[in-house]
Design a protein around this ligand. Structure first.
Ligand code: SF4
Length: 264
């Protein structure tokens, strides 16, 4: 089922009660695995189970998740936990990512508080399947210097660095505060007015450099990666991880917090 077919089966009230605020964006978010059918209050439990079955059948990501889970199920989680920067407890692997703790079972089932998108599952499973085989190099490189980074550099700029720059420009203090809550630490080791180091995954640290607007120069963000980043995730997954950071920071902006408290 594509997004248009799915849209036809939604209530089409455009009431704005779901996160995407309208039925067509909601259909697109569902196809991308970024929304839950339960967000629409007009869908009955029967509607939800019928639509869920139809969406899953056409979602290629579920097939990828299944194959990654199969590969992961033969891994010795207790043996690789330390190399991945995680913990092994009660038969499960625990890995922190973007301020949340994820709990992974031997069969690849992933649990956390809140909604998990297929993309988060995919990138965590990819990460685990590397078995943490590389040590951090301490050498920082730009996204385009990672393997295949050049091909995706414009997407990375548009979807990650530019939104980060806009957020910092419109609310430096609040955005910096949220970065800190996610574990970021301010650093003065880089030639930028503002720089934070942050672990997006235990073996995936980044440096966020920020230059505020000055004279005719607009504000700018540059994200640096440890040289080994592409051994833990492919560049598409890295973009998704940074998009996750942008979303987390966006949700914590004062205007969004106000909106959420008005709704509750
Ligand atoms: S809550 Fe349902 S009806 Fe309302 S906009 Fe979202 S999908 Fe459409």
């Amino acid at each position: 089922m594509n997004a248009v077919d799915l849209y036809r089966r939604l209530p089409k009230k455009n009431c704005g009660k779901c996160r995407p605020k309208a039925c067509m964006p909601f259909a697109l978010s569902l196809i991308r695995g970024e929304a839950d059918l339960a967000e629409c209050p007009y869908l009955t439990p029967d509607d939800i189970s019928a639509l869920k079955g139809a969406i899953i059948k056409t979602d290629w990501r579920e097939e990828l998740i299944q194959s990654l889970r199969e590969k992961m199920s033969t891994s010795d989680l207790s043996g690789i936990a330390r190399d991945l920067g995680g913990e092994f407890r009660s038969g499960k692997l625990f890995i922190p990512c973007l301020g949340r703790q994820f709990e992974i079972s031997q069969d690849g089932e992933i649990q956390t508080l809140g909604h998990i998108t297929p993309w988060i599952r995919i990138l965590l499973l990819h990460y685990i399947n590397t078995h943490g085989k590389a040590e951090l190099s301490g050498k920082w490189v730009s996204f385009s210097e990672l393997k295949s980074g050049m091909v995706k550099a414009s997407s990375f700029l548009r979807e990650c660095e530019e939104p980060l720059s806009e957020m910092l420009a419109s609310g430096l203090e609040s955005t910096a505060e949220t970065l800190m809550k996610l574990g970021a630490v301010r650093t003065t080791d880089f030639p930028a007015p503002y720089a934070w180091s942050l672990f997006l995954l235990p073996k995936l640290p980044v440096i966020v450099l920020y230059w505020p607007e000055e004279d005719e120069f607009p504000s700018k963000v540059k994200v640096l990666f440890d040289q080994t980043a592409d051994r833990f995730l492919d560049v598409e997954s890295i973009i998704f991880l940074l998009e996750g950071l942008v979303k987390n920071l966006g949700m914590a902006q004062p205007e969004n917090i106000n909106c959420q408290s008005e709704k509750s």
